[in-house]
Design a protein around this ligand. Structure first.
Ligand SMILES: [Zn+2]
Length: 432
């Protein structure tokens, strides 16, 4: 197969769609082209000022974007292909990228523009299925952490909190203290498989979207191929018309219609149980248990940061990892992790982070409400140097939550049913 060349399109053929911390996405709107029609372009970003300091030789052959190889070799072994976008490599060009920046940088949110920019030294990017364009609406949900950790690896100081309040709710509380906009969304409701709770969580996502003027990243709505904001009357009217199946509706009712429609889509799909299962089985020690195992295993270097002395795995090692995860993992006693399996557990935690950080795109199969496709996107490879930061953040979040007066009770339905405490679950639900 011949590689796609971005220079076969014009920068003005691409419109800005959205961006995350590491990548930015544009959608193709140019004349029909076998390689580019119905595709988005995903480009890597770099913080301002780091273009000169980072070593990246633009004159030599660069490896393919790791997202494509990671999905092809690793993710596809764990997630059925029907839930994955197609990803292919596209050859970039520095002059072309500079023109794209001139044309489209103004469409990016101001706070993003101040922080980073497209990495113009890359000579390879990713073309992915356009899940936003060619459809009246598309919905992006970032579900985050869908489980509570098991007690056995938690310290006496954290066990009560971490098994009562989920990581996302604690993190939200921590962020609000720092002045960020809050949300009442709890992922354990979304992952619960209980229709009322799923609807409640979607209602909370909608309220967060509305109140933050679309700035929270847990819910994004796209109308006619562009990101919709709650103060854009035209988009909101189109959303209302879509969810009311052609009948006009009050914007006030929209939250209800949105929640009930999406709840049905998610309850009918295996995606959320799949993600929750991957997250919880890969993060089986919690960061606390992982840290303890790391300290035990690394002789005399107990003061270095978690994972700091560990090189990132190669793709071959990731392939071996998946084989072990699908076989031996299930027979190991994870309550007493073996120091000999340290590297395995570190990699498992990194992969769990990929599944905690991904998004789901939901879009109608046709122009009418009723049947939808759901696709998992943004499954990027995480590196070992993040582990130390995550461990410190975990400690900060829990310490903050401990000192705050809040005591939110988040129910992990899978854990409750596994331990046979269904009567206790009923009892706890009354407290929500
Ligand atoms: Zn929660």
């Amino acid at each position: 197969m011949t590689l796609a060349l971005i220079t076969e399109t014009k920068p003005e053929d691409w419109i800005y769609v959205s961006e995350g911390g590491a990548t930015i996405v544009f959608s193709y709107r140019g004349p029909h082209n076998v390689q580019f029609s119905d595709q988005v372009l995903r480009l890597r970003k770099v913080p301002h000022g780091s273009l000169n300091s980072m070593l990246l030789d633009t004159n030599t052959e660069q490896p393919d974007d790791p997202m494509t190889t990671f999905q092809e070799n690793i993710i596809s072994k764990l997630v059925p292909s029907e839930f994955l976008p197609s990803l292919v490599v596209v050859v970039l060009d520095e002059g072309w990228l500079r023109s794209l920046i001139v044309l489209r940088d103004g469409d990016r949110p101001a706070e993003r523009r101040q922080t980073d920019q497209i990495d113009i030294r890359r000579n390879k990017g990713v073309l992915a299925t356009d899940l936003i364009g060619g459809t009246p609406i598309a919905i992006e949900v970032k579900p985050k952490w869908g489980y509570l950790p098991t007690e056995c690896h938690l310290s006496p100081e954290t066990v009560a909190l971490k098994t009562t309040t989920c990581r996302f709710c604690m993190h939200t509380s921590f962020r609000m203290k720092q002045g960020d906009i809050g949300t009442t969304y709890c992922p354990l409701d979304l992952f619960s498989r209980d229709e009322m709770r799923v609807r409640k969580s979607l209602g909370a996502l909608w309220a967060g979207w509305y109140e933050s003027r679309g700035s929270l990243n847990n819910l994004r709505l796209f109308v006619e191929g562009r990101m919709a904001k709650p103060d854009d009357d035209h988009s909101v009217q189109l959303l209302a018309r879509f969810f009311a199946a052609g009948e006009s509706t009050d914007v006030q009712n929209l939250r209800e219609l949105f929640s009930s429609t999406l709840a049905q889509v998610l309850l009918d799909s295996p995606i959320l149980p799949l993600l929750s299962n991957l997250q919880r089985t890969l993060d089986i020690l919690d960061i606390e248990g992982l840290s303890r195992l790391y300290t035990q295993s690394s002789s005399g270097s107990s003061c270095d940061s978690l994972g700091s002395s560990i090189p990132d795995p190669s793709m071959e090692e990731w392939k071996d990892f998946v084989e072990v995860y699908q076989s031996d993992h299930h027979s190991w006693d994870h309550t007493v992790p073996s120091p000999g399996h340290l590297r395995y557990y570190l990699m498992a935690y990194l992969l769990s982070a990929t599944f905690k950080d991904c998004s789901i795109i939901i879009r109608p199969k046709s122009a009418y409400v009723g049947s939808f496709d759901a696709t998992i996107i943004d499954m990027d490879i995480k590196s070992m140097d993040r582990l130390g930061k995550w461990e410190r953040l975990d400690r900060k979040i829990v310490e903050h939550y401990k000192s705050s007066a809040s005591q939110r009770r988040c129910i992990d339905s899978q854990r409750v049913s596994q331990s046979g405490y269904t009567h206790r679950f009923e009892e706890l639900s009354k407290w929500r």
